[in-house]
Design a protein around this ligand. Structure first.
Ligand code: UN1
Length: 510
């Protein structure tokens, strides 16, 4: 197995790195973030954090670069993003390895993360020729009305550790074809991936002599995050992370009438009907619950099973869980790697304690495990708890592989249980019954931003608008018309006649 330093050197990453990029890398002089791998707790490298001076430098340069970039025609901007995608294709394996050692994803998921960026770059290229506005009929003669979309300025993207590269690209690549420049504040738990991604991007921007459209500022949320959210020069802040932090960001940005895109917690449920294909449902639920060790916003945290197949499905779940290999995510066959850190392990243990106190029944897992030669890694057992929807803990998102199993009689009851949590990101139903499927998709059906039929709550494609309702924050990123969030809409009214007729037939003669 390659050593951590071999993996770093394949991407040109040193032991001490700057976490501040504004067209050049700042000298790594600020406070340092020490990166240890969740795989074994071993030291990987250090990344410097942005100082207030670095931040000021970033914002003033971003404003200058924005003035240049917005003058580049959108399809040409698209070509730069495409070239970044091509470079990412070449580096997919190496970048994937950095994701794996920094946040503990399996090799396949680490590479999947980079593939998701490549997919977004393809989408962005297409979009760069399709930033359409409407034309509207005017009530006045010799008048023309239309909408045009204009870039916003420097936008900030604050990302979380669990998708340390792709979620940034959902925002950054789309914003860039829109004509914005992007200031990235990655999670302090995933700075190395951000540095590696920026190094790939730097190459493409420099060889094209392009304006510097992407800026990096490593730092803590309480410092860097506050600078950004209170800064009127940044018209839009996109944030992925927890509900409490999202609320704070939303308040700060709203106070200055800025815009936000919030992608906060999920507490996603899957309804498993007695009329489903049970093997398909099992795979969908197990993948949804355990991919990325249960640390996705889209993780299946609740499974709501029809009483007629409840015992059978629970039995199959337990059997499937007993075959899942937990361990070093670089090893073949391992499907569940470590949690990100010790705090995550504590949250896992607390949630299980609470679930049991509140009447839940532990039927699988429930404790941390030690992996040979990785004593300082953060491994836990995938866990299944029989629960009921009234339990407080079931309303919470715990970023860990804990699945609450619940029973229902009728489809309407299943939907009510499904919708009873504060969060509203992703949802799923496994059924082959048209009526059940349509009920789930109806006006009283799933209250989430993402609704899946016969597929998992996790693993959304980038072509759809990604985001959710209620405590999830209401933002939409990546696909569909999410590009509009990174632009401002201007309604244009043009009079090409010889007189000045007024709207609503108002008379104002003098
Ligand atoms: C997240 O967890 O914040 O749908 C994003 C999925 C991934 C993205 C998850 N494509 O599971």
């Amino acid at each position: 197995m390659e050593t951590y330093s071999e993996i770093l050197s394949s991407m040109g990453i040193d032991e001490i790195n700057s976490g501040v990029y504004y067209g050049d890398w700042a000298k790594p002089t600020g406070k340092m973030i020490t990166v240890n791998s969740p795989i074994d707790g071993e030291y990987i490298a250090k990344v410097s954090m942005a100082t207030k001076d670095d931040y000021e430098n970033i914002v003033s340069r971003a404003i200058e670069e924005f003035k240049k970039w917005r003058m580049v025609p959108a399809p040409k901007r698209g070509l730069i993003i495409k070239e970044i995608g091509d470079e990412l294709r070449k580096e997919k394996k190496n970048l994937g390895k950095i994701v794996t050692i920094e946040v503990g994803k399996t090799a396949s998921e680490g590479e999947g993360e980079i593939q998701e960026m490549i997919d977004v770059s393809d989408l962005a290229l297409g979009l760069s020729r399709q930033l359409y506005g409407l034309t509207i009929t005017s009530e006045r003669p010799y008048h023309r009305m239309y909408e045009q979309w204009i870039p916003l300025g420097p936008v900030a993207v604050i990302t979380s550790f669990n998708f340390p590269a792709s979620v940034w690209s959902w925002n950054a690549f789309i914003a860039a074809v829109d004509g914005d420049v992007v200031i990235w504040k990655p999670s302090s738990k995933a700075v190395l991936t951000a540095v590696a991604v920026m190094k790939v991007i730097e190459k493409v921007l420099k060889r094209n002599n392009a304006p510097n459209i992407f800026f990096l500022m490593a730092g803590s949320g309480s410092e860097g995050g506050e600078w950004i959210t209170n800064d009127k020069r940044i018209p839009l802040v996109s944030f992925t992370g927890s509900v409490p932090v999202g609320k704070r960001i939303s308040e700060n940005v709203a106070k200055r009438l800025g815009k936000t895109i919030l992608e906060l917690g999920g507490n996603n449920g899957a309804i498993v009907s007695d009329k489903c294909d049970i093997d398909m449902a099992l795979k969908g639920v197990v993948f949804g619950a355990l991919a990325t060790g249960g640390q996705r916003c889209t993780t299946t945290r609740r499974v709501i099973v029809n009483e007629k197949i409840y015992s059978d499905f629970l039995e199959r779940l337990k059997n499937a869980y007993s075959t899942i290999k937990v361990g070093d995510p670089r090893e073949k066959g391992v499907l569940v790697g470590p949690l990100i850190d010790e705090d995550a392990v504590k949250n896992y243990e607390n949630a299980i304690d609470l679930a049991i106190k509140q009447g839940g029944k532990l039927v699988f897992g429930g404790k941390r495990i030690k992996i040979d030669k990785h004593e300082n890694g953060h491994y836990v057992m995938p866990t299944i708890i029989e629960a009921n929807p009234g339990m407080d803990i079931v309303n919470e998102e715990t970023f860990a592989p804990i699945l609450y199993v619940m029973k229902y009689k009728t489809i309407d009851e299943a939907i009510n249980i499904h919708n009873s949590v504060p969060q509203g990101l992703s949802s799923a139903i496994f059924t082959n019954d048209l009526r059940e499927e349509e009920a789930f998709l109806s006006v009283y059906g799933s209250d989430c931003g993402l609704a899946n039929v016969n597929t998992s709550t996790a693993g959304a494609e980038i072509g759809g608008a990604f985001g959710g309702e209620k405590d999830t924050g209401g933002g939409r990123e990546s696909g569909s018309d999410a590009w509009k969030y990174y632009m401002r809409r201007q309604t244009v009214t043009k009079n090409w006649g010889n007189t000045l007729p007024l709207a609503q037939d108002v008379v104002f003669d003098f």
